[in-house]
Design a protein around this ligand. Structure first.
Ligand code: ZN
Length: 466
């Protein structure tokens, strides 16, 4: 797992019918790429013991025992699902497929290298916020096909961060055709209360994704055997570099990579991702009271985060902040330059100041992910609306503002007045051009701006200094 942080700035151009000033905003970028575990999810010793237990139990239960690859009649459903309460646009990404290269090289079923040496299963990671998801039981392991429980373990420590010889919390199922599926690394005390010998239906709850056993973070190690032994191991994916079997075991095989935005969020400050085994802090919010000051952010700004699954070089993401009437408040794009399994980026953007229900919407690879948020203002000061004749920003601000005025009013007889809440003039100036040196002293408070042309008030706006 690695993290890097970069900082850059860019200019957002003002609308073309106004004097253009560069409005400085901030783009802060964070990347996280959850790589594969450092070594085998199941050790050789564990494989041997598992195989012995499975054979013993299969015999004891009078189930079919096969050292050969049986005739496959089982088709597999996806072994994970979102628990009630998880509303992310997606919640998993493949960290490592089965390795088909007998040497120290790497080759997955699609002839790529999304695997690690000797890996015998499919590692499905959960993202973003894998430990937060684990702590809150948000991603469940479910039976990929109907079957009988032939092996079960629970009660083992579940926040491992590296390969080890510890025991995982796990379930193994035998299916009607004699094939076996294994579900590894589950959360402590989350494994189904059903015992060895009991039946489960396809899609039935087996446990919660965790990091028990030899694991470097919360994920499911999902492994398929055609028969009762490790030598009958299969790769459930059909592809030209799958050397174990030509058929797909999936009822509906997913693409090799599935690029999308897995989550879009609005945050009071940056996310905190401390690394395994610590729980992440999302710092998300869905209600922002104006004036807003987020920790470490410019006044009036929030962080808008996008989390990618399978970010792919060359693809472009489009982000929009939409007004309550679905018109665009702000829009920007980001071009991907690197492939990642999981990555995320935070953008500092000014919040709207008018009350209402807004939407942060991110689009990537033709798929949308969005998050709604509410802007509220203190009671009694939201009666003054914005006016298209002029813009004063940033609002809320720190006491220094820039004014843009429509060209038609830059006639030499236009004046900006700013009055405090008692009606006293605190700033007054004739405006002949866009003005970027408006300063209000003393600072904090609520003010009212008036743009006056030839004695007529062209518009008023509420201005907040915080
Ligand atoms: Zn694995």
């Amino acid at each position: 797992m690695k993290t890097q942080t970069l900082t850059a700035t860019f200019l957002m151009l003002a609308a073309s019918n106004m004097i253009s000033f560069g409005q400085t905003s901030f783009l802060e970028k964070s990347v996280s790429n959850d790589g594969p575990p450092a070594s085998n999810c199941i050790s050789e010793t564990e494989y041997k013991a598992l195989e012995e237990r499975c054979v013993h139990t299969i015999k004891a239960l009078g189930l079919p025992l096969s050292n050969a690859k049986s005739i496959q009649t089982t088709s597999l459903a996806w072994p994970l699902r979102a628990a009630a309460g998880l509303n992310d646009c997606s919640f998993y990404a493949i960290n490592a497929y089965v390795d088909h290269d007998a040497t120290t090289g790497l080759s997955d079923w699609n002839c790529g290298t999304n695997t690690y040496d000797g890996h015998r299963g499919t590692d499905i990671g959960i993202a973003p916020y894998s430990f937060l998801k684990m702590d809150n039981n948000l991603v469940e392991v479910i039976a990929a096909a109907a079957g009988t429980i032939i092996d079960r373990a629970d009660g083992n420590f579940d926040k491992n961060c590296a390969s080890n010889t510890l025991t995982a919390n796990s379930i193994s199922l035998q299916h009607a055709d004699g094939s076996v599926t294994h579900y590894w690394h589950m959360k402590k005390n989350s494994v189904t209360s059903k015992q060895v010998g009991e039946s489960v239906a396809v899609g039935e709850y087996l446990g919660v994704v965790g990091s028990s056993g030899s694991s470097s973070g919360p994920h499911l190690h999902f492994e398929v055997w055609a028969g009762s032994t490790n030598t009958t191991r299969q790769d459930p994916y059909s592809g030209s570099c799958n050397l174990l079997n030509s058929n797909s075991w999936w009822a509906s095989q997913k693409p090799y990579r599935e690029p999308n935005i897995s989550k879009a969020s609005v945050n009071i400050t940056d996310v905190v991702v401390p690394g395994c085994p610590n729980t992440e802090t999302s710092n998300e919010d869905s209600v922002f009271s104006i004036p807003f000051q987020g920790p470490g952010l410019a006044p009036g700004y929030a962080k808008f985060y996008v989390f990618y699954r399978n970010e792919t070089s060359g693809m472009i993401a489009t982000m929009n902040i939409l007004n309550p009437d679905n018109t665009v408040f702000n829009s920007w794009t980001r071009t991907s330059t690197t492939n990642y399994n999981n990555s995320y980026y935070g953008f500092s953007k000014v919040l709207p100041t008018l009350p209402g229900l807004y939407t942060f919407k991110a689009e990537y690879n033709g798929l949308f992910c969005e998050q709604q948020f509410t802007i509220t203002t203190p009671v009694g000061i939201n009666s003054l609306s914005s006016n298209s004749n002029f813009t004063i920003y940033p609002n809320p601000g720190n006491g220094r503002f820039t004014l843009n005025v429509s060209d038609k009013y830059l006639t030499g007889d236009t004046r900006l007045e700013i009055r405090n809440i008692l009606g006293e003039i605190v700033f007054s100036k004739t405006i002949t051009k866009a003005e970027n040196s408006i300063s209000i002293e003393p600072k904090a408070g609520i003010y009212f701006t008036y743009l006056i042309n030839q004695g007529q008030i062209l518009g008023t706006q509420k201005l907040i200094v915080n």
